[in-house]
Design a protein around this ligand. Structure first.
Ligand code: IPM
Ligand code: MG
Length: 360
């Protein structure tokens, strides 16, 4: 029987539309093979939504997302909107989407592909075999804590942001992380700043208490400054990392760069129920937008994550991941991952190579 899924596409800004087009073609090709039908609905978010409606996350966009089985997002933002007031920035639309769909768990894998090992700025023996999953809390912490604002303070100004977590918020992201670690190598490193911050002390206490329910997972704790250092010194010590919103933002970029190109990395944002959002870790790259130079592989791998974590279609996810592996083995490279002896291709040609592989 044909399976049907409603997918909301949020191509966003910059290279977003080009890489989304490739991901859609790939999904359709896999759908034909496995008898899955995708009904795509496109909606604006970010800069293009600001231009069209004045709002980076129009109500209709959020509603369309809520009505779907999963959301495939590309990237938002660009120079054009950088100086608008905060409420009208593209980033505010992204944060609104995360909050609106209650996507508290952000999964950011950083896996070194053997074909791209020379793209890393670190030595081969340091990065070879690295396979890390960063589980970042996404709807709490300093990104959303109150009070916040810029206030007058006795003739001076005072900028305030608040890092706060409730026990419940820590437990629910902790549970997700322990369960992911169980399915991986069974090692979980919780990252905090408990030597200085009360919010981190609570984080550490709650994660430690949770670990009693997961005797098959080995839990360690690390301060965030040390974690940044250890990621660069010997990344293979990490399997699964769980951390708060701000630390996760920073550490996931560092982990991503171990792989050499941020252009290869997908991510998933999940809530307790309802649709998840799947998006590449990279941004909208306005400098190369519309030139057919973008690397669509992170977007395509985000579609694979959508199939695996959002729609429970592991076979289809594997098929896409294998196709990506194959085109890399065939030597196809976009500019960001180009190396000597390889064949440089644009975004469309990379997409065609994937379709070719999937047709075989
Ligand atoms: C990310 C980004 C966002 C964040 C920005 C664009 C708001 O850096 O997804 O990591 O800080 O969460
Ligand atoms: Mg970030």
């Amino acid at each position: 029987m044909t399976q049907q899924f409603r997918i909301t596409l949020l191509p966003g800004d910059g290279i977003g539309p080009e890489i989304t087009a490739v991901a859609v073609d790939v999904l359709k090709a896999v759908g034909v093979k496995l008898d899955i039908q995708f009904d795509f609905t496109e909606a604006p978010i970010g800069g293009c939504a600001i231009d069209a409606t004045g709002n980076p996350l129009p109500d209709e966009t959020l509603e369309t997302c809520r009505q779907s089985d999963a959301v495939l997002l590309a990237a938002i933002g660009g120079y054009k909107w950088d100086s608008l007031p905060r409420a009208q920035r593209p980033e505010t639309g992204l944060l609104g989407l995360r909050a609106g769909l209650q996507l508290f768990a952000n999964l950011r894998p950083a896996t070194i592909l053997p074909q791209l090992i020379n793209a890393s700025s670190l030595k081969r023996d340091v990065v070879e075999g690295v396979d890390i999953m960063v589980v970042r809390e996404l709807t709490g912490g300093i990104y959303f804590g109150k009070p916040r604002g810029i206030f007058d303070a006795d003739g001076d100004q005072r900028g305030v942001s608040t890092m706060a977590y409730t026990g419940t918020e820590i437990d629910r992201i902790g549970q997700v992380a322990f369960e992911i670690a169980q399915k991986r190598q069974g090692r979980l490193c919780s990252v905090d700043k408990a030597n200085v911050l009360e919010v981190s002390q609570l984080w550490r206490d709650r994660i430690t208490a949770l670990s009693n329910n997961y005797s098959d997972v080995e839990l360690t704790h690390m301060y965030v400054d040390n974690a940044a250092m250890q990621l660069l010194r010997w990344p293979k010590q990490f399997d699964t990392i769980v951390t708060g919103n701000l630390f996760g933002d920073i550490l996931s970029d560092a982990a991503a760069m171990l792989t050499g190109s941020i252009g290869m990395l997908p991510s998933a944002s999940l809530g307790a129920t309802g649709p998840g959002v799947f998006e590449p870790v990279h941004g909208s790259a306005p400098d190369i937008a519309g030139q057919d130079k973008a690397n669509p592989l992170a977007q395509v791998l985000s579609a694979a994550m959508m199939l695996r974590y959002g729609l429970n279609q592991p076979k289809a996810a594997n098929m896409i991941e294998t196709a990506v592996d194959t085109v890399l083995n065939q030597g196809y490279r976009t500019g960001d991952i180009m190396a000597e002896g390889m064949t440089i291709v644009g975004c469309t040609a990379m997409g065609n190579a994937l379709l070719q592989t999937l047709a075989e």
